[in-house]
Design a protein around this ligand. Structure first.
Ligand SMILES: C[S@@+](CC[C@H](N)C(=O)[O-])C[C@H]1O[C@@H](n2cnc3c(N)ncnc32)[C@H](O)[C@@H]1O
Length: 555
């Protein structure tokens, strides 16, 4: 039966989205069933069965393992949606098996550790839409597995834990999970749970988006040997798409420094990760937080109203004492090494909003007129404005030493804020420690454009829709930067390439600029060979290629 036939006419896409009902392609269900089911009498369960994509594959596999037998394999499932549960039973029957699909919320089922394998694709319902009792039940269920999830966890996290509790000792868990398993903070306890409880953990990663309907990148989790852990490493296997699963290579071994930490380094060639970690260990590189503190920018509640071009400010008659210099919304102007006063003035002349409305107390007559205008057009009712003591007094953050772009098609950029402009939350501010300030302002934006830092940005940040790399302040804190000692030691060489790098950046030639910085910064570091630098470059290029490819195949 095709997907179209199995969907009930009243079951709209919106309803399906609400309960996370996206269906798994056959190549994936077949692959997981082949891996998970090893004997003709294996007991199999699918916890959020939908129309039994995995149970059908399981029946095929069980029959394959019992050639010549007429026995009807029996498989178990759970599904919250009544019509799907019915369709699930019918589909398993047509596949030559028999299914017991309980129509129930999976989290209300007391786990009995009897299954050889649990396979499936849990619903990915974000915490915003996953509320009230449903979420409370899921968190309780995860707690039974010894895992405390925060309120930010998406539904798949508790599903993973609760699913494992149905396994007998030595059992196998084969799930399709969102790739955020590797990176999001709320999944840290899930990552630890998997490493602690299972003997062997494998991940299959895809270069392309295999699940366009789910609007998420996915990974396959294949965890073997329940209650026989801990696993001391994971095996990472990579496929371009679902069709390539049939011819997957052996993969590579990866050992996390801390299983709860991000697993994104698993995506990187070990030949590149090892020198990167060594550079950090030897103090040639350090976390950005040792240079200074990264924080969020100003939230106005309505950028269109609070940010003004010089021309608009003039029209309104606003005086300079009620206007603050501002790095205009967006970050395309922050792709060079600095934001100077001249550049800011030029952006202003081009009509960009380089001023922030910040009325005195009491406001001048002109400011009062603009405030009345804002009131008339309902700016004061926007949530962020409404909750302020005085709706038009935007809470400020001090002008930062460096500006850090948060959304990036290529790589996050640090820019020296020579103009001392304030910044909105489209960029982060980096406030350098007094000891690092002078050299940091002069050379860190330049020195940060090296291949090691760029590779690490891919590991600490997260890939967003459209292939964008996003970096949050917490992630920026641990981002690898050349250390103060290294920048100091290479200051002469860096200064010599500063202007050529600025010129290349102005021409959009980022990689040529990086080549110059690498030469100035990375050559002659003890133990770092040219070959290792080449591996680091390659790994970064590969990361970026995957990110953009996924972005493109997501449309
Ligand atoms: C991503 S779909 C997967 C369906 C099927 N396993 C597949 O891979 O094609 C998730 C399924 O979980 C069901 N579901 C959502 N919340 C559930 C819950 N609390 N208990 C049981 N099933 C649930 C949805 O109705 C949906 O059919």
């Amino acid at each position: 039966m095709t997907l179209a036939h199995s969907i009930h006419p009243d079951d709209t896409p919106a309803l399906r989205k609400e309960r996370g009902a996206f269906f798994t392609p056959d190549e994936i269900t077949r692959f997981i069933a082949q891996w998970a089911i090893r004997k003709a009498d294996d007991l199999v369960m699918e916890p959020s069965a939908g129309d039994a994509a995995f149970l059908v594959a399981a029946v095929d596999r069980l029959r394959e393992l019992a050639p010549g037998s007429d026995a009807q394999p029996i498989v178990d499932g759970v599904e919250i949606h009544a019509h799907s549960a019915k369709v699930a039973c019918q589909r398993v029957l047509s596949a030559g098996g028999k299914a017991n699909v309980r129509h129930s919320d999976f989290f209300t089922i007391e786990p009995e550790p009897v299954y050889d394998t649990v396979i499936g694709n849990p619903p990915y319902i974000r915490y915003q839409d996953f509320s009230g009792e449903a979420r409370a039940r899921s968190r309780e269920a995860a707690l039974r597995g010894g895992v405390s999830l925060t309120g930010l966890a998406s539904s798949w996290a508790a599903f993973t834990i609760h699913s494992a509790l149905f396994l007998g000792k030595g059992g196998r868990l084969g799930l399709v999970l969102p790739a955020e398993l590797l990176s999001v903070n709320y999944a840290a306890p899930v990552r630890r749970f998997l490493f602690e409880r299972f003997r062997d953990v494998q991940l299959v990663l895809f270069a392309e988006q295999v699940f366009p309907e789910a609007e998420a990148d996915v990974v396959l989790l294949l965890a073997d040997g329940y209650l026989e852990g801990p696993a001391n490493h994971a095996t990472i296997r990579q496929a371009r798409n679902a069709a390539e699963l049939a011819s997957l290579g052996v993969g590579q071994t990866w050992t996390p420094a801390d299983p709860a930490g991000k697993w994104t380094s698993s995506l990187v060639d070990p030949d590149a990760v090892e020198p990167l970690h060594k550079l950090l260990k030897d103090g040639h590189f350090t976390r950005l937080e040792t240079w200074g503190d990264t924080t969020l920018g100003i939230v106005t509640g309505n950028n269109k109203y609070f940010t003004l071009s010089p021309e608009r400010a003039k029209e309104l008659g606003l005086r300079s004492k009620e206007l603050l210099r501002l790095s205009p919304p967006g970050s395309s102007h922050l792709r060079g090494l600095s934001l100077s006063s001249d550049m800011l003035a030029k952006l202003g002349r081009e009509g960009q909003a380089t001023l922030l409305f910040y009325p005195s107390n009491p406001p001048s007559a002109e400011a009062a007129a603009y405030i009345a205008d804002g009131h008339r057009t309902g700016v004061d009712t926007a949530y962020k404005c409404r909750v302020r003591k005085t709706w038009y007094q935007v809470p400020l953050v001090p002008a930062a030493d460096l500006l850090l772009t948060c959304m990036n098609a290529d790589t996050p950029r640090l820019t020296a804020n020579e103009a001392k402009a304030r910044h909105l939350n489209s960029v982060h501010g980096v406030y350098l420690n007094a000891t690092h300030q002078e050299l940091g302002c002069e050379l860190l934006p330049l020195a940060s454009l090296n291949s090691v830092t760029m590779l690490h940005a891919e590991m600490v940040g997260r890939a967003y829709g459209g292939g964008i790399l996003k970096i949050e302040p917490k992630e920026a804190d641990v981002w690898a930067m050349p250390s103060l000692a290294l920048v100091r030691a290479r200051a002469g060489a860096l200064r010599a390439v500063k202007q050529p790098v600025a010129n290349l950046l102005a021409d959009g030639r980022l990689l040529d600029a990086v080549e110059l910085v690498d030469q100035a910064l990375l050559t002659d570091i003890d133990d770092l060979s040219a070959q290792q630098i080449a591996h680091i470059r390659q790994a970064r290029a590969e990361f970026m290629r995957r990110r953009t490819l996924r972005g493109a195949s997501g449309h």
